[in-house]
Design a protein around this ligand. Structure first.
Ligand code: ZN
Length: 296
């Protein structure tokens, strides 16, 4: 039988202790870097890596916080605790692009944990248990509810918001919830960002010219081939494309043809499945989009 001498045992303990201290120091450094980033002035937009779904968190230049969709599960709570101060339990606004599970499931937990001042949504409902859970959560929240329609504009603390979709007609006639998605263009100084929900090609064709040239495109429907046509890309001409998409998802998103379309217009591509969480920062004159390490 091998005998472990007290000397060897204390050496082992010493190595473990050093490893533990190194981990704590690394975590604190990451945490500090993250909160330093929260305090960076300007507009910040986080595209969270929450699997196959969308969850986008916006912080305006004076600290208003807006969450667009909540992703397919509870991991949104960890993401929010990475980008909000621990004592902050309120969110200025939540935008629900459309009530599909990969966009709304996490929102139920968000409504439980945070006070939400304003909810922007289309009013589209359906019979799924998840939609019913969301409806219940909205009913219990003491929020101001705004129904979003094409042509509206908002000003979120110096960030201009243009609603490009849905039209009232789409709400009345569209059978596919994806095509009732809220599509927003955010403009802060010379930086413009298009957030498309899961809107598909037919919608892109309708709105392309009114959207015009943009800097950053949140690619529609997780890179499905039903969105992101070349015609649309040529009109909006994005420099950067962000694809929120789950690793090894069963849909095969993003579709190779979508990646090809983006290459054709020279857009650089960032993907949450490969790059993790992604952060856009704009000081109104220039912007930067890059992967970012979140502590949680
Ligand atoms: Zn989706």
């Amino acid at each position: 039988m091998r005998r472990v001498t007290p000397h060897k045992q204390s050496h082992k303990l010493f190595v473990l202790l050093r490893l533990f201290i190194a981990c704590v120091v690394l975590f604190l450094l990451a945490y500090t870097a993250q909160f330093a980033r929260i305090q960076t002035p300007g507009l910040k937009v986080w595209f969270f890596d929450i699997g196959q779904g969308d969850a986008i968190f916006i912080e305006t230049p004076n600290g208003q916080q807006i969450l667009i969709d909540g992703g397919p599960g509870d991991s949104i709570l960890q993401k929010l605790s990475s980008v909000m101060w621990p004592w902050d339990h309120s969110i200025d606004a939540i935008v629900i692009t459309h009530p599909d599970a990969d966009h709304i499931t996490g929102l139920v937990s968000v409504f439980e944990r945070y006070q939400v001042k304003t909810i922007y949504e289309t009013g589209v409902r359906g019979g799924t248990p998840m939609i019913q859970a969301l409806e219940q959560a909205i009913a219990e929240e003491q929020s101001q509810n705004k129904i979003v329609r094409e042509g509206q504009t908002f000003n979120w603390d110096g960030v201009q918001v243009f609603v490009h979709w849905p039209s009232e007609e789409a709400i009345q006639t569209q059978k596919d919830r994806n095509n009732t998605s809220v599509v927003l263009k955010l403009v802060y100084g010379s930086t413009s960002i298009l957030l498309t929900g899961d809107a598909e090609e037919t919608i892109e064709e309708e709105i392309g010219f009114s959207v015009g040239d943009i800097d950053v495109l949140k690619v529609g429907h997780h890179g499905s081939k039903t969105s992101t046509s070349v015609q649309f890309l040529k009109v909006v001409n994005p420099e950067v494309a962000v694809i929120p998409v789950g690793a090894d998802n069963s849909y095969g998103h993003p579709h190779p043809i979508v990646l090809e379309h983006l290459k054709q217009v020279g857009a650089s591509i960032l993907r949450t499945d490969l790059d993790g969480d992604i952060l856009l920062v704009s000081d109104s004159m220039s912007y930067k989009v890059s992967p970012v390490f979140l502590p949680f």
